[in-house]
Ligand binder design. Structure first.
Ligand SMILES: Nc1ncnc2c1ncn2[C@@H]1O[C@H](COP(=O)(O)OP(=O)(O)O)[C@@H](O)[C@H]1O
Ligand SMILES: [Mg+2]
Length: 287
């Protein structure tokens, strides 16, 4: 059986499915300054579902993700609540236990894909190395699996891309390579933290389509983080609106977007509508 089809799972019925990521009233504090930054975030994620976290810069979106990935910056700690990954409490795991989980249970892609790749090593070899270490397979097998993954993330010529360097690839292609690396070990949860922010609108839509496709084919659960409501609206079943570390609104995406209850959510929607409109209006001086 091919490594990809091995990983294919039927999306489970979300009403029956077990939570793969459960975040309960999580609080995160900067211990160096003795202040709480994230004041209680809760959500439950089942296979094949997507939760969105939206809010302006500095609202605590990335810290929330990093807590779930066990990579909080120095001095930062989860100081309240609980995080469970696949039914397992992850607070207080050792570094070695985290190394086992990261990539194979929970994985992530961030903004600026180029910074996660070594510019002097062919990109395919870097993905293959992740596979070799995570799945304990030989070099030849790792190469074969990498080609399959590059294909699965819809890179048109996987053999060619395998041998290329970062400078030869566009931002969108690099993000596809990183998504391939992130899903290589078959995680149950993938976090996309501003993963499309640096890309132009068309490429952004293609990457979001890819994430939706992977989710729908494999039952991967997604956490999509963005300051852009449109990104979250496109993919998510549920959305959390975060402001200054506080969840001001949370619910099914269509309800939050169509019947926002909080002033801040209305503001985000209004800003977005204005932005969307601006893109389609031709400035008068251009007529
Ligand atoms: N590495 C860090 N060092 C110091 N402060 C940080 C660090 N990361 C985040 N913070 C603080 O936490 C707040 C929330 O950050 P973050 O979660 O990155 O926000 P977001 O992803 O929503 O833009 C920031 O405003 C900042 O004050
Ligand atoms: Mg962030």
């Amino acid at each position: 059986m091919s490594p990809l089809s091995e990983k294919l799972r039927t999306p489970a019925d979300s009403t029956l499915a077990q939570s793969v990521l459960s975040v309960r009233d999580v609080r995160i504090s900067d211990q160096a300054h003795g202040r709480e930054i994230v004041h209680g975030v809760s959500f439950d994620l089942t296979p094949g579902r997507t939760v969105g976290i939206v809010g302006e810069s500095g609202s605590g979106k990335t810290l929330t993700c990093r807590a779930a990935l066990g990579i909080l910056p120095a001095h930062f700690e989860v100081t309240g609540g609980a995080i469970e990954l696949d039914g397992r409490d992850i607070t207080g795991l050792s570094a070695a236990e985290w190394t086992g989980l990261r990539g194979s249970t929970i994985s992530a892609v961030f903004q600026d894909p180029a910074s996660y790749l070594n510019p002097s090593i062919r990109v395919g070899a870097q993905v293959a190395e992740v596979i070799r270490v995570k799945k304990k397979v030989g070099r030849r097998e790792a190469r074969g699996q990498t080609i399959e993954l590059l294909h699965a993330v819809h890179l048109r010529d996987p053999e060619l891309v395998y041998g290329q360097y970062t400078y030869e690839l566009s931002g969108g292609m690099l993000q596809r390579v990183l998504i391939a690396a992130a899903i290589a070990a078959g995680p149950r949860v993938l976090i996309a933290d501003e993963a499309t922010t640096a890309l132009d609108v068309t490429v952004q839509a293609e990457i979001l389509d890819l994430l939706a496709d992977l989710r729908d084919r494999t039952g991967l659960a997604l956490v999509v983080v963005s300051h852009d409501l449109a990104v979250v609206a496109q993919l998510c079943d549920e959305v959390l609106v975060l402001r200054q570390g506080e969840v001001v609104e949370q619910g099914p995406t269509h309800e939050v977007l169509h019947r926002p209850r909080h002033e801040y959510t209305r503001l985000l929607i209004a800003e977005h509508e204005q932005y969307g409109l601006d893109r389609f209006l031709t400035p008068e001086e251009d007529l």
